[in-house]
Design a binder for this molecule. Structure first.
Ligand SMILES: C[S@@+](CC[C@H](N)C(=O)[O-])C[C@H]1O[C@@H](n2cnc3c(N)ncnc32)[C@H](O)[C@@H]1O
Length: 238
C-alpha cells in the first residue's frame, strides 16, 4: 500500500471513520483521475492531495457519523459535480445503489470514467436538471435518501431534491457555516413540499463550520412540484 493510501486511512481514522485498504486505494485512484482531468475541465478548486482528502473526501463522509447509511438502499446525489458527496459515500458503503445527477455534461462524462475505473457497481451518472428528473416517474419519489452539497440556497434546493425522496425518506443538505437564517427562510418551502426538518448537525472540519440539515419527507408530493426548469432558483418558494 502506497503512502497516499496510508494517509487516507489515517485522516479518516482521525474522524472516527474506518477505511479498508481497498477503499483507500479507490480514494487514491479517484484523486488521480480528479487532478488529471482537472487540467482540461473545471472540477475542483483544490488539487493538493491532503486538501482534497480533507475538503472533499472526508467532508463528504462525515455525515455517516450522524446518519445510518447501512439502512439506506437507494440514494441520489443532486448536483454532484465531480462526485461529491456521492462517490465517497459509495466507496464507504458499497451496498448503496447510487444515482449521480448533474446538469453539466462534461462532469457526467468524467463521473462515468471514474465509475468504470474504480469498478463501482450500481452507480449511474445521469445528465440533466433536477426540475426535469423530479417529474420523471422513474426518479420521482424513488429514493430513500437524497444528498446535495454546494448547489443552491435551501429553499431552491428543497424543490430540486425533495421530489426524489419517497415518504419516510430523507434529504440531507450539506452546508457551510451557520444556517439558522437560511433554514428559517426555507421553512415554508419545506412544508409545501410535504416535509419537515428533523435535525441540524453542526460540527467543525479543519476549522471550518459545517451544518448538515436533515429533512424528512412526510407526505406525497403535490403534482405542482417541481416547477418548470429555472423557476425554483428565480422564484424560490416562500
Ligand atoms: C458548486 S457545484 C458543487 C458540486 C459538488 N456537489 C461539490 O460539492 O463539490 C454545483 C453543481 O450543481 C450542478 N447543478 C446546478 N443546478 C442544477 C440543477 N438544477 N440540476 C442538476 N444539477 C445542477 C452544477 O452543474 C454543478 O456541477
Amino acid at each position: 500500500m502506497g503512502s497516499g493510501s496510508e494517509y487516507i486511512k489515517q485522516r479518516f481514522a482521525e474522524e472516527g471513520i474506518a477505511v479498508t485498504d481497498r477503499q483507500a486505494a479507490s480514494f487514491e485512484r479517484y484523486y488521480e483521475l480528479l487532478v488529471e482531468t482537472n487540467k482540461v475541465m473545471n472540477l475542483t478548486a483544490v488539487t493538493e492531495f491532503k486538501e482534497v482528502v480533507g475538503r472533499h473526501f472526508v467532508d463528504s463522509a462525515l455525515i455517516t457519523k450522524y446518519y445510518d447509511f447501512s439502512s439506506v438502499n437507494k440514494m441520489i446525489d443532486m448536483g454532484t459535480g465531480a462526485g461529491f458527496p456521492g462517490i465517497p459515500l459509495k466507496i464507504l458503503y458499497p451496498h448503496l445503489s447510487v444515482t449521480l445527477l448533474d446538469s453539466l455534461r462534461k462532469r457526467v462524462d468524467f463521473l462515468r470514467n471514474v465509475v468504470d475505473n474504480l469498478g463501482l457497481k450500481q452507480v449511474t451518472a445521469v445528465h440533466g436538471r433536477a426540475e426535469d428528473f423530479g417529474r420523471d416517474p422513474e426518479y420521482r419519489e424513488a429514493y430513500d435518501l437524497c444528498v446535495s452539497r454546494a448547489v443552491a440556497n435551501l429553499s431552491t434546493l428543497s424543490e430540486y431534491c425533495l421530489p426524489f425522496v419517497q415518504v419516510g425518506g430523507f434529504f440531507i443538505s450539506y452546508k457551510s457555516g451557520t444556517v439558522d437564517e437560511e433554514l428559517e427562510q426555507a421553512k415554508p418551502a419545506i412544508k409545501m413540499l410535504g416535509s419537515k426538518t428533523k435535525k441540524v448537525e453542526k460540527f467543525f472540519l479543519e476549522d471550518a463550520g459545517r451544518s448538515m440539515i436533515l429533512i424528512e419527507k412526510k407526505e406525497k408530493l403535490s403534482g405542482r412540484y417541481p416547477r418548470k426548469a429555472g423557476l425554483p432558483s428565480k422564484q424560490p418558494l416562500k
